[in-house]
Design a protein around this ligand. Structure first.
Ligand code: AMP
Ligand code: MG
Length: 316
């Protein structure tokens, strides 16, 4: 809960400056983009990103799109390429997200990428979004500003209905967009259409001069069986462990003796922010991972969902 309630900021220079300030403090601000209202949090601040999930009540962690003010800003976080340059020239600012390998020293929270070594970046076209991103001068993670499972918000009133009291502020600039999401193109390997959206496939292929790999069946990322695109540790994972067995390393939650603690205080936001980094670190030990019980309430549901997937038997 936000102590002083959700603030309503008008879409003028003073509202934008206040919104940028709140984001820099690690608080959440909903803002208009040309697709839908986004729920923004500082992508470098794991606890800010965790609170996006908490505010939306999302039951699982998916990678989020990092919004930036310009292609130049994007290049601070990802390894740029000729193909990225062509698509950015043609479609940015606009409803196109590019997935590219992270670059060294990127500083982006692993909760934004869900532990992957790639990042989705986008330069939105909406003037308020651009002004805000310029003022923040950093990457802003922003899924749609609605509670999980509810319809995407295209007005500040929709955002208020869903998230009032759960976020610091709403930057209100009237109705935006048509609720169509950004097209997502993967450029970390062979160019691939990861999600259809506001920029059409044929136009992207024309600019690249090559066909995109894609699945005719629709959303590749949310389709069942596509979970291999998400980070999973190499090591086996055992949940609800009370203590180590054999040569296991122990991932803890709360006041327990362990190798890595998600949150010694038992704070679920802190635990979510630490989750992927802790898994990577323990995975690096080459030993099996045991995890002490984590409550199922609030963000615990999403943390447990991710851990259950990590613990599930592998196909290969
Ligand atoms: P949205 O809900 O509009 O914020 O869109 C997020 C979508 O982008 C999800 O479907 C993600 O799976 C996808 N996405 C974000 N980052 C990546 C990434 N690094 N690799 C693949 N897909 C990504
Ligand atoms: Mg959404």
């Amino acid at each position: 809960m936000i102590p002083n309630g959700t603030e309503y900021l008008s879409a003028d220079p003073s509202g934008i400056a206040q919104a940028a300030d709140l984001l820099r403090q690690g608080l959440l601000v909903a803002f208009p983009t040309e697709t839908v209202y986004g729920l923004g949090g500082d992508a470098r601040n794991g606890e800010a990103v965790a609170s996006i999930y908490a505010a939306k009540g999302r039951p699982s962690f998916n990678p989020l799109i990092a919004h930036v003010a310009s292609a130049e800003a994007a290049r601070r976080f990802v390894q740029w390429s000729g193909q990225a340059e062509k698509l950015a020239d043609a479609f940015w600012p606009g409803p196109l997200s590019l997935v590219l390998p992270l670059r060294d020293g990127h500083g982006v929270s692993s909760l934004v990428t869900a532990g992957l070594d790639t990042l989705a970046v986008r330069v939105p076209a909406h003037p308020m979004a651009r002004a805000l991103l310029e003022a923040v001068d950093g990457p802003v993670a922003a899924p749609s500003a609605n509670p999980s499972g509810r319809i995407s918000p295209t007005t500040a009133e929709h955002v208020r209905e869903g998230l009032d009291g759960r976020i610091a502020a709403i930057l209100d600039d009237g109705p935006c967009g048509v609720g169509l999401e950004s097209t997502i193109v993967g450029l970390a390997g062979e160019p691939a259409l990861l999600r259809p959206g506001g920029v059409v496939l044929e136009d992207i292929e024309a600019v690249l001069g090559t066909e995109l790999h894609h699945h005719k069946s629709g959303d590749l990322l949310t389709a069942p069986g596509q979970l291999q695109s998400h980070y999973a540790p190499d090591a086996s994972v055992r949940l609800n462990a009370q203590s180590r067995q054999g040569d296991e390393v122990l991932l803890g939650f709360g006041p327990v003796e362990c190798d890595e603690n998600l949150s010694a205080e038992g704070n679920l936001i802190e635990a979510a922010a630490n989750l992927f980094a802790a898994l990577h670190k323990l995975d690096g030990s080459g030993r099996p991972i045991a995890v002490t019980p984590i409550p199922e309430n609030g963000l615990g549901a999403a943390i447990n969902d991710r851990l259950r997937r990590a613990a599930a038997p592998r196909d290969s």
